[in-house]
Design a protein around this ligand. Structure first.
Ligand SMILES: [Zn+2]
Length: 449
């Protein structure tokens, strides 16, 4: 039995792992390379003959974006995913096909119809058997990973009864919308993400108060509060916290008045899936539903659908300077509708920009974070008079302490841990920590495999 990595071996994107045992070959994830690794070819350069199934951990594009290339290479087997992931994959792929490949609506529909016929939604915790020509069956199941809606840890039991566990991307412990990552029984090999293997996230517990404080400070001078956010995960976490602030704010106070604008058709579609799959929310989130609250569709939350409405709203906020909270993608200000807001509103000194996520080097978000007094937006130089705030605590990823906790919560200690989905430095930092807590665990670095 061996695990081969066709991506996310030395970096955080392009996740695609292959489990090979004597009886079968399985793929876990098939994502595109992004950011610094973008130059890597999306072509499937390994032999796909004999691959029996593709298992998807979650619907982020760096875990699913190479599915079109996999199908083009001739893969005609099933695609297994948790129920919510099975709904999110076509939504996220549709966006990717439009933006990355420029396919028109008809072309995208034809392709997504094929994906949907291959998709096998599997309820969490249910073991699925893949029958073999010879020997006992291979089994697998998905359990919640707490990263984004539908995200899963995949446990596979090979025909020799070896347990191989893929963590997928893991969420932080103690966030309020989704439950913590599941406890795993055992693993002969654990393939573990290490995105933040060397880092701690500050302020997960206090992020809601920090968000409230920044927004309340900006109530004093009016103007728009712009929050660039990824369409899946962070947008829903922000809406969830904002609803909670409003629910606990004074009647007739500014929180009751201010419109919360979600200006991203993709984020709106994803938010609908979060609402449809409320049964996967945390106990705390479900309590809010029991109290007849609507954490993602509250009264003051306005969704902007058409591009005409979007343009009209940008212009209205620019001219009137009226207060509004706007959540729009992309999270690093590299595209999407947030760009038009920034172009129009950065020169106003009563605008506030809240950067709640990681801003990669070279992006507009990083330039704003660095405090540049003028920035290039859409090939146009724009003065930055707006206040820019960095807000930590909204990462959808486990930090080093969470990753260690995930491993120590195993009912019996994993025998081998293979670190993937992290820079070589992050893998090394996490390996050092894991060696302290598990002297008997064979810790392998994907970047050295
Ligand atoms: Zn992810």
């Amino acid at each position: 039995m061996k695990v081969i990595h066709h991506g996310a071996r030395t970096g955080v994107t392009g996740s695609c792992h292959e489990l090979v045992d004597e009886q079968c070959r399985l793929l876990v994830d098939c994502g595109v390379f992004q950011g610094k690794e973008k130059s890597a070819s999306p072509d499937i350069e390994f032999d796909i003959k004999g691959i029996q199934a593709l298992l998807i951990t979650h619907a982020h594009i760096d875990h699913i974006g190479r599915i079109p290339w996999l199908l083009a290479a001739g893969y005609n087997g099933p695609i297994y995913a948790s129920e919510a992931t099975a709904h999110l994959v076509p939504i996220m792929l549709d966006d990717g096909l439009k933006i990355q490949l420029g396919l028109n609506k008809e072309q995208r529909k034809r392709f997504l119809d094929i994906v949907n016929t291959r998709m096998r939604p599997i309820p969490y915790h249910c073991w699925v058997q893949l029958s073999q020509m010879v020997g006992p069956p291979v089994k697998f199941r998905f359990t919640p990973a707490g990263h984004i809606l539908g995200s899963s840890i995949v446990e596979i039991e090979t025909s020799q009864s070896k347990r191989v566990v893929f963590s997928g991307d893991l969420g932080s412990y103690g966030t309020s919308l989704l439950p913590d990552p599941s406890v795993v029984e055992r693993a002969d090999m654990l393939v573990l993400e290490s995105t933040y293997g060397g880092k701690r996230h500050e302020g997960v517990d206090t992020r809601q108060q920090a968000l409230k404080a920044i927004i309340e400070r900006s109530f004093e001078n009016g103007g728009a509060i712009l929050i660039p956010a990824f369409s899946i995960g962070r947008t829903q976490e922000l809406l969830f916290d904002i609803e909670n602030i409003i629910a606990h704010s004074q009647p007739n106070g500014p929180w009751q008045e201010i419109p919360i604008i979600l200006d991203s058709p993709l984020a709106a579609k994803v938010t609908e899936q979060y609402q449809q799959f409320k049964r996967f929310w945390s106990a705390e989130a479900k309590e809010r539903l029991d109290a007849f609250r609507h954490p993602m569709a509250f009264e003051s939350c306005v969704r902007i659908e058409t591009h005409d409405h979007h343009e009209a709203l940008v212009e209205r906020l620019r001219i009137s300077g009226e207060p509004a909270v706007v959540i729009a993608s992309s999270g690093m200000c590299t595209g999407g509708r947030i760009v038009n807001y920034l172009k129009a509103l950065l020169p106003n000194n009563n605008t506030d920009v809240i950067l709640a996520g990681y801003q990669a080097e070279g992006t507009l978000g990083a330039q704003l974070l660095a405090g540049n007094s003028n920035v290039k937006v859409d090939n146009k130089m724009v003065d930055v008079k707006a206040q820019v705030h960095a807000l930590s605590g909204y990462s959808a990823h486990a930090d080093s302490q969470d990753l260690i906790r995930f491993v120590t919560e195993f009912e019996s200690e994993p025998k081998v841990i293979r670190l993937v989905h992290g820079s070589p430095d992050a893998q090394k930092a996490l390996a050092e920590k894991l060696r302290i807590i598990g002297a008997n665990i064979d810790i392998q670095l994907g970047c050295e495999s």
